[in-house]
Design a protein around this ligand. Sequence first.
Ligand code: SAM
Length: 289
Amino acid sequence: MPGRLGLLIQSLWNGKAYIVDKLYAKKSLGQNFLIDQNVLMRISDIVNITPDDRILEIGPGKGAMTDLLAQKSKHVVAVELDKRLVAHLREMFRQSENVEVVEGDILQTDLLQLLGERWTGKWKVAANLPYNISSQVLFKFMDNRTCFSELVLMLQKEVGERLVAKPSCKEYGILSVFCGLYFDISRELLVRPGSFRPVPKVDSLVLKFRVLDTPRVDVGDEMFFRTVVKGAFAKRRKTLWNCIRSAFPYINEKTLELVFRQCGIDPRRRGETLSLDEFALLGKALSRP
Ligand code: SAM
């Protein structure tokens, strides 16, 4: 039974002498478990933990990273959706007073409440994110960014590249603009498929997000700004003029011409060529045409 043997070896590797049984990976939950001890150590170094740090871990899986985080920090809150893994983690950390395993869906979790009830300072985040929900989790972090000082996230490489892409690159998109508004992001580590079990088909990238005290530029109403950016990227092959016309049909053509002129933006450009500053200008001008 290679699966069971593999789990036993992994458990021994982590210094825990017990068999983790029946924990086959669920593809629907993006379960690719990190088994490479060097990569785990490097990620925990990137999180740069001090003994006073409180850490939120998303999707702790079988607890390999949780263990390292707990050794270095004051408190780890680990949110896991899979009941089987929750039971395994609670058993694994039953003697660790600073590890709290919370069963739940991170997308449905009220982060302000979960973290604020425990500590009102700034938390750090460590997560090897399930790839199918990574964009939604990123938006969640943006909306709850006041809870955090830093996030260290492992993402599918292609998604990670999009977050740090510059205007006019093919990877540049909605997430690049929003992440640029709220975070300083650095590429930290490329992780190959062989570091996981089961082996995924794609490379992964570890990125560090430092949360800015205030958004990088003044965009006025942030929700309206998001509508503008989403509208501008809605049809990549269309000009800004066409995209913005479709997104804001109630603004008449004359007013729209004036808006573009005021901003000094050529409406024949494509959304993907606009910098964050230009999006901010356009958003503010559109909000009061
Ligand atoms: N951190 C572990 C590791 O590196 O080995 C596991 C990472 S695995 C890519 C993703 C983990 O997130 C799995 O344990 C999965 O069950 C969990 N997960 C998936 N969707 C989730 C959700 N919506 N909320 C919380 N955890 C979730």
